[in-house]
Design a protein around this ligand. Structure first.
Ligand code: SF4
Length: 289
């Protein structure tokens, strides 16, 4: 069996930056992260081993004095940031610069009187943070919801100035379909180019890879939205595909199933560290018949 890696895979700039910031702070002072720093269980476990625990938004301790709180790569809302400061935390902002740019853009569009549509997963931290910068925005998770929301706005305010901004990790085609659905009611819709190039690159590399392999393994966390999207893309291209979080998940049965294919592609989400990708590749090679 041959294993071929995608041309671009694994850690992106924003995730690498957030992990390096957390590692630099760990050990020097008491550190917490606001929610999961990134969506990768191994990285979070390794930070925990170094004393970096995670704060839960719903159960913030009354006094965070003496603690450094690191804001996750996906960002948080201004209201939560203020709350942390009120609780006396010292903040280190590891929000990815691209997420930050979208947050500023959302605030400025709403300030300029646009009715804002926010495309993304309703329960994702990045969307919660983004919505905090544009509280009047409507979150839509697919084209059907977008069409419905546009219809409802057109009834209330047919002359509304509208704009669309999206989660950095949303699929290119999905974002375009959401834009089209809104344009059906508001032809002048302003669309913000908010998709992260790193995500797009990983998705395009995977599409190329799928043309050369018989099956695909995606390495990464199940809670990582861009990792799950890679899995969806491979399956939409009719490739047998598995999402594998760690080498430990590769049981003999699973490795044998994967090893039944002659050429296997390997890709990984933007929050998957090199060490996990390497361990998974080694184990596939070792266990395959
Ligand atoms: S995927 Fe893009 S937006 Fe998200 S953390 Fe990485 S570089 Fe930033």
């Amino acid at each position: 069996m041959t294993v071929i890696r995608a041309r671009v895979l694994g850690f992106c700039m924003g995730v690498r930056r957030a992990v390096e910031m957390a590692e630099a702070e760990a050990g020097r002072k008491p550190v917490r992260t606001m929610g999961p720093l990134i969506h990768n269980p191994q990285v979070l476990a390794s930070l925990r081993d170094r004393g970096v625990e995670m704060l839960d938004e719903g159960e913030l301790p009354a006094d965070l004095g003496g603690l450094t709180v690191i804001i996750r790569a996906h960002g948080i809302s201004p209201a939560l940031e203020e709350e942390l400061l009120r609780h006396r935390a010292a903040l280190t902002d590891a929000t990815c610069p691209l997420v930050k740019k979208n947050q500023r853009e959302a605030r400025s569009l709403e300030g300029a009187g646009f009715s804002l549509f926010i495309a993304g997963e309703k329960r994702h931290g990045e969307i919660a943070g983004l919505q905090g910068y544009a509280p009047g925005g409507t979150v839509v998770s697919d084209a059907a919801e977008a069409a419905q929301a546009a219809l409802s706005l057109s009834r209330r305010n047919p002359a509304a100035k509208t704009a669309l901004i999206g989660q950095t990790t949303i699929g290119v085609r999905e974002y375009a379909a959401i834009g089209e659905a809104i344009r059906g009611r508001f032809p002048g819709l302003k669309v913000v180019d908010s998709i992260c190039g790193a995500v797009r690159e990983r998705q395009e590399s995977l599409r190329e890879l799928c043309g050369r392999v018989d099956a695909v393994v995606i390495a990464g966390g199940r809670l990582s939205s861009n990792t799950r999207r890679l899995l969806d893309i491979a399956r939409s291209l009719k490739k047998p595909a598995w999402l594998v979080e760690s080498a430990a998940e590769l049981t003999e049965a699973l490795a044998a199933e994967i090893g039944g294919y002659q050429i296997v592609g390997l890709s990984a989400g933007a929050s998957t560290p090199d060490s996990v990708i390497n361990e998974i590749e080694t184990k596939i090679r070792l266990l395959s018949p």
